[in-house]
Write a protein that binds this ligand. Sequence first.
Ligand code: SAM
Length: 268
Amino acid sequence: MKPVRWPFKSQSPAVRALGPRTRGLVQTGVGAWRGEGLTDFHMATRLFEEKEHASSYQKYRFSPAQEIQDMIFSYLHEKLNKPYELAVDVGCGTGLSTKILSPHFKKVLGIDISKAQIEEAKNAVKFPNTIFRVSPAEEVPVDDASVDLLTACAAVHWFDIEKLLTEVDRILKPGGCLAFYTYTLNMELHYKYRSEQLTKLFLEVKDFLTNYQNEKMHHVQTGYKEIFDCIPYTDKLRFLDIMEVSSSETEVELWCKHVVLLASKPKY
Ligand SMILES: C[S@@+](CC[C@H](N)C(=O)[O-])C[C@H]1O[C@@H](n2cnc3c(N)ncnc32)[C@H](O)[C@@H]1O
């Protein structure tokens, strides 16, 4: 694979609502691995390719919470001195998780396997230092030891983890960091005095849909524990370490928007 030279020349055609307080474990494994015994670690999963899927992502998904951004950048600051040269966001989708990197780096590259997602990202994110390319996360088109920070937001569980971690180790500079993070579906909805009812309904629907979810979602449900264990670096942190708590039941607040549809069949 040809590395991308700066300025990158892309040859490739290559649940919103402020209010609900979301309770969940959002986790950052910072620090690549060994996937023995984990069958799905060798398998990438592609579910997000369609144009319509990409445009609803752009419309309804929420950006990474400020607290998570702060956590990632302060960890990076501990490990590497500024100025930062290059960040890569893998599985970037429509660029929501990429654009948070743009103010901090000379160059930012967002990659995604889906052409439709990359087209949305190119339209939505216009920072001059930020480009998007269609590329698998397992083959990042950059030079060896060139990346200060690699991020994957709500994405790493879909990749071939073993290949990804090998690739991450190839492209990170010494001292460079990775951040794998995601929201979870342990959410509470808050709206005026209806919060309890909304949350109950949300959880009922979520529990029903869980019967049909892709098996890779178990990584999210278990707080990325297996993925964390596979990162081969000794200097690594999970969300709980950063919070200085031991219980995965510890609550954090994440604010996000939701859409609710209600309907009633006419009585007459
Ligand atoms: C849940 S979305 C997250 C998008 C974005 N990071 C965000 O937070 O809005 C997961 C993304 O990973 C991408 N993806 C899945 N498998 C991939 C792979 N092997 N290589 C690169 N991207 C992949 C999908 O196309 C999708 O855009």
